[in-house]
Design a protein around this ligand. Structure first.
Ligand code: ADP
Ligand code: MG
Length: 474
């Protein structure tokens, strides 16, 4: 007797039909086409990735039983996913999600030999594997529209964001580029759009990623020879949010790959949302063809918030934290911290901490002190990581080399300089500096600082290093 893909699948269907609700059967099994049978592997074609995920989530156990009955213990199932081009298809199939299918099957462990071999679904976020195909949005639900307060400084960007969230890919704001200085709400707004889309269109694949992480993944993919997988993965996304695209500057490989992904998504009516700390015209070392794409949609600026907005952001924050504070104090903070919202929040959090943890009354005096500290201290904040990065960049080596055990002179010197600056610019202890810079002990750090001091006096070239690096770090 010769089994074919069709005959095997038809037998499976009979069994499945007997075990689930007719509506669920109609929705999830009728659209499947058996395509191939070789050895004990049955390939089936499903209409979308979402469909595949749904089957894996809800019917994997049933499929396994059905298939094992037909093909024996070593049976395997392969999914071929028909790639969707338009939203029309996708929404059509998704609307039929049967709520009844839940509960008919207890959730099962996934030790079954059912496997997707579709290479297009390798997900750079997780180790490839059966469960991991679901794309996590990486969204932060705490950054939503509700707590993104409106003001003159953000009105355009905020409403463009809302428009995009209502009709992802369906407005002329594609891409939507949100730009503005540090701490003005780019990341918050970018998440808010994603969160809102997920809420309105749960079936769409939304992905938030920083440009930095995207770049790292890309570099990894080149190393591992999986560049195509990387591209395909991103091409499957419905709403792609990339934060801080200025990070792409000078990174031609990443720009190139992003250009292709962008074109694909755009052509297929998918939404792209970007943030940047500069307007497109001011972006440096970004290829022209990419810049021109950035301008296709809408560039909306987040400006520094005016006093009223600052005041209401503070009030809102206090309200959400359930803390009461006299208006006089809120006004003081709002008046004096003008640069950006992150600092504004930093100051108020510090005040909240002092009032709740120390059970201390927040006086205007305390508020003044806190604000003073903020206005002064937020100018520069160097971390040991940052110091190591700056020093290694300066000597054109990577941080791993700087930290390595090698005794090569120029590397030792770079390491000693990093230790010296860590001592100078941070409050970290010698022991802590040592452990962060290549796991050395405190004596080594102390020795490094002395050596640098000595060399600074005797060696002109070395003095120049110190001067250059001091400038870079201040
Ligand atoms: P950026 O990405 O532009 O550097 P963020 O999005 O990280 O800035 O915002 C800094 C902080 O300010 C975050 O905690 C964010 O929640 C808050 N914030 C920014 N804009 C608003 C706003 N309009 N309303 C309320 N909070 C805001
Ligand atoms: Mg940000």
């Amino acid at each position: 007797m010769n089994a074919t893909a069709t005959s095997v699948w038809n037998n499976c269907l009979k069994f499945i039909q007997d075990n689930i609700q007719p509506q669920a059967f109609k929705t999830w099994f009728e659209p499947i086409k058996p395509v191939k049978l070789s050895d004990n592997v049955l390939s089936i074609e499903v209409p979308s990735k979402f469909f595949y995920e749904w089957l894996e989530e809800h019917y994997v156990k049933l499929l396994k039983v059905a298939l094992t009955k037909e093909l024996g213990e070593s049976a395997k199932l392969l999914y071929n996913i028909k790639l969707e081009n338009t939203y029309g298809n996708k929404e059509g199939s998704v609307e039929k999600i049967p709520s009844t299918s839940k509960g008919t099957m207890a959730p099962q462990e996934m030790d079954v030999p059912i496997k997707s071999k579709n290479p297009e679904l390798r997900n750079p976020f997780v180790i490839p594997g059966i469960r991991n195909i679901k794309i996590e949005s990486q969204l932060n639900a705490g950054y939503n529209f509700e707590n993104f307060l409106e003001g003159d400084s953000n009105r355009l960007a905020r409403s463009a964001g809302l428009a995009v969230a209502n009709k992802p890919g369906g407005t002329s704001f594609n891409p939507l580029l949100i730009f503005g200085g540090v701490g003005l709400g780019k990341t918050h707004l970018a998440h808010a759009i994603g969160v809102e889309i997920k809420d309105k269109y749960p079936e769409r694949t939304v992905l938030y990623i920083s440009a930095e992480k995207f770049t790292q993944q890309y570099i990894e993919s080149v190393k591992k020879n999986t560049r195509n997988d990387f591209i395909h993965f991103y091409q499957l996304i419905d709403v792609l949010i990339i934060d801080d695209v200025q990070f792409f500057s000078s990174k031609t490989g990443t720009q190139d790959v992003f250009f292709h992904i962008f074109n694909h998504l755009h052509q297929n009516g998918k939404q792209v949302i970007l943030t940047s700390d500069k307007a497109p015209v001011d972006m440096q070392d970004i290829e022209q063809r990419l810049l021109s794409r950035f301008k296709w949609g809408l560039s909306a600026e987040l400006q520094s918030p005016d006093y009223e907005t600052r005041f209401s952001i503070l009030k809102n924050r206090l309200y959400r934290d359930g803390v009461e504070m006299p208006d006089e104090i809120v006004e003081h903070v709002a008046k004096n911290i003008k640069t950006n919202i992150r600092e504004l929040e930093g100051a108020i959090i510090s005040l909240i901490a002092q009032s709740t943890l120390n059970k201390q009354e927040v006086t205007l005096e305390l508020a003044q002190q806190t604000v003073d500290k903020f206005v002064k201290n937020t100018k520069r904040e160097v971390s040991i990581d940052y110091i190591q990065k700056v020093v290694s960049d300066y000597f054109e080596m990577d941080v791993a080399t700087l930290q390595s055990k090698t005794r090569k002179r120029h590397i030792v010197q770079a390491r000693q300089l990093a230790m010296f600056f860590a001592k100078k610019f941070t409050k970290a202890s010698l022991a802590s500096i040592g452990s962060q810079i290549g796991k050395r002990d405190h004596a080594t750090v102390l020795h490094a600082c002395k050596t640098v001091d000595n060399l600074a006096e005797t060696d002109k070239q070395f003095r120049k290093y110190i001067e250059d690096l001091t400038k870079k770090l201040s």
